[in-house]
Design a binder for this molecule. Sequence first.
Ligand SMILES: Cc1cc2nc3c(=O)[nH]c(=O)nc-3n(C[C@H](O)[C@H](O)[C@H](O)COP(=O)(O)OP(=O)(O)OC[C@H]3O[C@@H](n4cnc5c(N)ncnc54)[C@H](O)[C@@H]3O)c2cc1C
Ligand code: FES
Length: 278
Amino acid sequence: MLDKKVKIKAVRDLGAGNHLIVIASPEQARLVRPGQFVMLKCVENTGENPLLRRPFTIFNIHRNARSGKPAGVELLVKEVGVGTRRLVSARPGQTLDCLGPQGHGFQLPSDLPSRVTTACLVAGGVGIAPLLLLAESLLALRVKPILFYGGGTVADLVLREPFERLGIDIITSTEDGSHGERGLVTEPLAQFLRIHPRKDIRLYACGPWGMMRAVHELAVGHDLQCEVSLEARMGCGLGACLGCVVASPAAEGRPYLRVCQDGPVMNSRLVRWDIEPV
Ligand SMILES: Cc1cc2nc3c(=O)[nH]c(=O)nc-3n(C[C@H](O)[C@H](O)[C@H](O)COP(=O)(O)OP(=O)(O)OC[C@H]3O[C@@H](n4cnc5c(N)ncnc54)[C@H](O)[C@@H]3O)c2cc1C
Ligand code: FES
């Protein structure tokens, strides 16, 4: 974990409030594992609003065009409030404070292929953010990723091209039917699991709470393992303030888990899905 002053290299508008932000930081980029995040101060000056840093998943490693070496990180940022509004209107060259990479990412042991041959990656909207580095790592392990990508409308399905370049199967769905199947992303997933009643499938999900809960319930119903990348409001991002806790079944020993330290990626069975964090 490093705390660095980093420079914004580029801000690309992807539409529907989504932006791809490239940050120059080779030292931090070299340390990233799939599913980790950075805590970013969204404004240049210490006293400016918002005071607290905001968490953003590392979508991709930005590489030097000539050497191919890690030069920085790419973040997918959806504008939802004061911090993200300031961040997406930042100019290239602007300096920000960036802490990270933080948290526990996806479990990717080298013996994973002995238990898992197919990985269903399930994304809702900006929940796509942790899944590109995951898909690349799974391919390197020779586990086949399939992406189930859903949104309200086609404009929410940003950054499909990097997944298309990997040559993996992508099943899209939108609630208004403007792209792919009409309905929730969990419907094609449920259909896939019905057609393929196998035990060597693992589920990975990131998106709204209700979507991840539905994916967890499918995992339990089919007796499969599932990892979820959780979101919670964060204060410190360091495990100290307890602002980011999620409830966990008491049987697991600890009634609360910190999303910033115990997660953001967790086994879905460690989460109490009946208590949504505020
Ligand atoms: C581990 C982690 C990874 C994340 N990765 C990404 C990412 O890759 N891309 C992205 O766009 N966003 C991501 N988020 C969410 C992002 O941190 C929030 O959208 C951001 O902090 C909002 O800041 P704001 O100042 O713009 O909003 P505020 O003005 O503080 O709040 C505006 C609205 O956003 C909601 N909100 C604020 N923070 C969060 C949060 N942490 N989770 C859910 N809702 C929130 C508030 O309830 C409120 O309704 C991630 C969150 C976590 C915890
Ligand atoms: S954000 Fe402070 S403990 Fe997690």
